[in-house]
Design a protein around this ligand. Sequence first.
Ligand SMILES: [Zn+2]
Length: 624
Amino acid sequence: MLAVALGVLAQERGNLILFFLQNPVGEETYELDSTHNLHADFAYTERGSRISLTAALRMKPDLTPERFEAKGKSYRPFSVDAMVEAGPDGRTALVREAGKSRQAALPARFFTVEGYAPFSVQMMLLRYWASHGKPARLKTLPAEAPGTEATVEVTGQDTVAGIRLTRCSVGGVVWGRESLWLDDRGSIAAGVSYAGGLPLEAVRPEFRQALPQFVRSSVADRMKELAAGSSRIAVRAQGTFAIAGATLIDGTGAAPVADSVVVIQDGRVAAAGARGTVAIPKGAAVIDGRGSSLLPGLWEMHAHFAQVEYGPAYLAAGVTTARDCGEEFEIITAARDLIDSGRGLGPQLVLAGLVDRSGEGSFGVNYADTPEQGRAMVARYKAAGFAQMKIYNRIQPDVLRAIAAEAHRLGMTVTGHVPDGMTARQAVEAGMDQINHLGAVYQEMRRGGAEAVRFFVEHGTVIDPTMSWNELLGRAANVEIASFEPGFAKAPYTLTSLIGTASGRGSSNRDQLAAIRTLYEAGVPIVAGTDKAVPAHSLHRELELYVQAGIPPMDVIRLATSGAARVMGMADRVGTVEAGKRADLILVDGNPLKNFADLRRVTRVVKQGRMYDTGELWTMAGFH
Ligand SMILES: [Zn+2]
């Protein structure tokens, strides 16, 4: 009202439909007036949680920000509270971020942005970039960390509904890169980004039908970027080579072998044992493993591989196989194929196909409301090479039974959440082979005690507790994340600014750790997964929590390697350091059997017979 009274007219208005894993969940509306004030409202409701954020951005006529403020939530556990106000001299600014204020110097060129939301602020960033000489790197505020800069690359043009759109790959606003499309007037037409590490798309209503095209286009760019980044990473050894002098912890549970020799040939372990018992082929390069331990590559059993940055990050943490627990079909199959082809760096991806019931509050867009639809969904995932089905919360009991029976008939297994209204026991009786997250299992144990544990033992129910995520969400406000998860201190600003605000219902208490130990000692297969948390690093935390729970370090190493391979039916090929197995190996500085935290010190990783330095991989993934 005031604006109208002063004669300031809206110059531009727009709205975007927001999608979470391609499921429409909300809307962003924005208005830009003739005095260069942008106001945006961003809101969606996702799996029952209402997320909303507002942002205001005042700019000079040349689009230099004068005042920026964003407040609200961008994803269920993550809050945004950011403000940047340029001083009258234009050289310094007052910056507030997550409750802390400071003065910051303003460089000659900069823009203000805090994460992917709202998209209209990113649209203004692109306009600023285009009208200020298209700099290779553009400093952003309120980020404090030096080197927090946005990068923009025009990657192509897409004709959508007869209109030509320019596609940009934007880096440094979220972890990794997102895609944004602008029309010829510079208005945003679509965006493909990530909320809390899961895909979030924004599309102007007139282009709504083209969502699949936007997704395909962005996936193609991400694959090119992963391939290009991978081609710049040096392969330190391949073909025939040996690693000598390391303490071998082979993943079978056998006693460690001091001063070992492991020979790698054409992607496989050719021989492994004590020095003197294994011949090193003539002319083979020999890697000095003294002072290190040599282990099988680790398994991340609860990944959501929404972003290609997970590829190098996981390898850097020593993860050579990752089970994806539900993701958009397009990115996950493309990433798996690129990695399998050897052109993209990352762990081998083993896929679980996400399925939920349609309607309010569902997750993703692959639905089964009837047993017939459930069987059809299994067939679709089977044809695409998925190993498992991932059951989500709203699946009905009869549909679960149909999915499980069909999956088993086709040689697949079934993992996932215990559906709403069912107990863990009922879900297992309906055919679930595995259960993600400790929660429902823990409740069953509290109800049924030793009888419940016996039930899971008899059924061989596989459980990935995801305790590291619970610990992060449930931590007390005065506890620094880096105090229990040192990987947090190495994460880029784009991750720490979000994860640092994480709060929720999670908890990792002694009773839950004791429950994990009880299950393990009774013979229930436990596997280690993170459900993201601090990408890749948190797998180490997950394993440390199992050691804290009282599971011996040797057993924890085994469950994170050969144990995971066994429950996925792959133990004949991978998971131990034995002759004939795939050469997925890690070299760790120190000895995790003596000091478990040494497992974080992965210096080299061998993936299918190719060896890389982990430092380069961390850098590629954006970590310090
Ligand atoms: Zn998950």
